[in-house]
Ligand binder design. Sequence first.
Ligand code: SAH
Length: 450
Amino acid sequence: MSDKKYHIWTAGCQMNVADSRRLGSSLEHLGYAFTDQAKEADVLVLNTCVVRQSAEDKALGFLHSIRPLKEKNPDLVINLMGCLVGVKGAEKLQKKLPFVDVFSPPSDPGPLIAHLTQDDDYVAETNVTQNRFAIMDGEIIIPEHERGKLTSAYIPVVYGCSHACTYCIIPYQRGIERSRPLGEIVAEARSLATQGVKEITLLGQIVDRYGKDVEDGPNLADLLRILNDVEGLERIRFLTSHPNYFGVDIMRAVADLDKVMPHFEVPIQAGDDDVLENMKRGYTQNDYRELIAQIRAEVPNCSIATDIIVGFPGETDEQFENTYTLLADLKMDVAHLARYSPRKGTVSERRMEDDVPDKIKRERFHRLEALQKTIATEINARLLGETVPVFFEEKVKGRWRGRTPTNKLVFVETDDDLRGKVVDVRITWTGPWSMQAQLLNQPVTPIVLS
Ligand code: SAH
């Protein structure tokens, strides 16, 4: 065992969190130990995101902040990974960033492992169509510093994306859609369960397309049915779904399967048909309304989250009002909001002018945020006084943090060890973004009405 250390800085989506954990797992297999201090590392990985300019700026900022470490220690291996690198080769970046030793596409530990082991076979394994993990596929070993503590984990099930939403850079950076083989996913779920993981979240840019890129492949509903039988798992979630692929088979699987939680992430992006057309989303706002109604009918008491971009090129006040009205009508549980950010090389960046002033983007963002706060306050208040099974993950600042089946954040103060447990609790306070609860065996304190 060597005493070499690795550090991974991770930005962006859940997929990156999953990729970093896998990379950590691969590095520990080679004998590296985790450190939470970038300056102590022999191998320093930056797993990056470029979905909006702010994410790209953050990655470049961190990269430049670690440059002096390389100057001090030329043996330090710096690995730039993820969406800043993309799948199309890194020649340009290599010239701009000579102090970076290794460039890796998203979800791909191959180049770093090859560099560290001087074994080109690892590189040969990784290309856009295949892009499989060189080692330990289906048998992920949780990195040591998280072992025994990690109770909820992500499992990528579809890599890449073949859609062409005009604003989105992800298909360019993550490559074409590739579903992972079912057996590999199930093996990974089992392996995680034997290491103490109780909840898994299946990931894909368009997770409801799982298997649709393979002829006669299993679909997401099939996958959920098989995973529901994995021993040791208590909860299964999946994200992100695209409205066009969200079939009734998935709704029924969720309604039927006891471990699959009734929470959906189905972005609308805009509530105006012309904006949706310009985004090339492939549905109308009315299609979306019907889908939401159908999901709610098939899966009673479910929760649904959406994503909305404000200030897409050409978005008029009237078009924005349509988005506002849609959100007010549909009353989603969660709305992830973003201001449009032109991404180099995307269709909207090349062909449409970013003509909504930043001030207006911010105003629209704040109006939707205020609306969502009212909606979420109202929805969450319905849980006040109810008894709900909550899955607890970790203690944060003296309070246990957990999630209801509908993915609502719950805090409980107790000395009991709740890690990795599903416990019935009584909700004593609710707000727009979280709630508080008591264990049933705790003395009842009066409910605070706020
Ligand atoms: N694959 C998912 C989400 C991917 S990115 C989907 O298809 O919906 C996560 C969110 O970032 C998107 O849902 C979108 O709301 C936002 N986003 C993507 N590109 C953006 C851009 N150029 N500007 C602002 N927000 C963006």
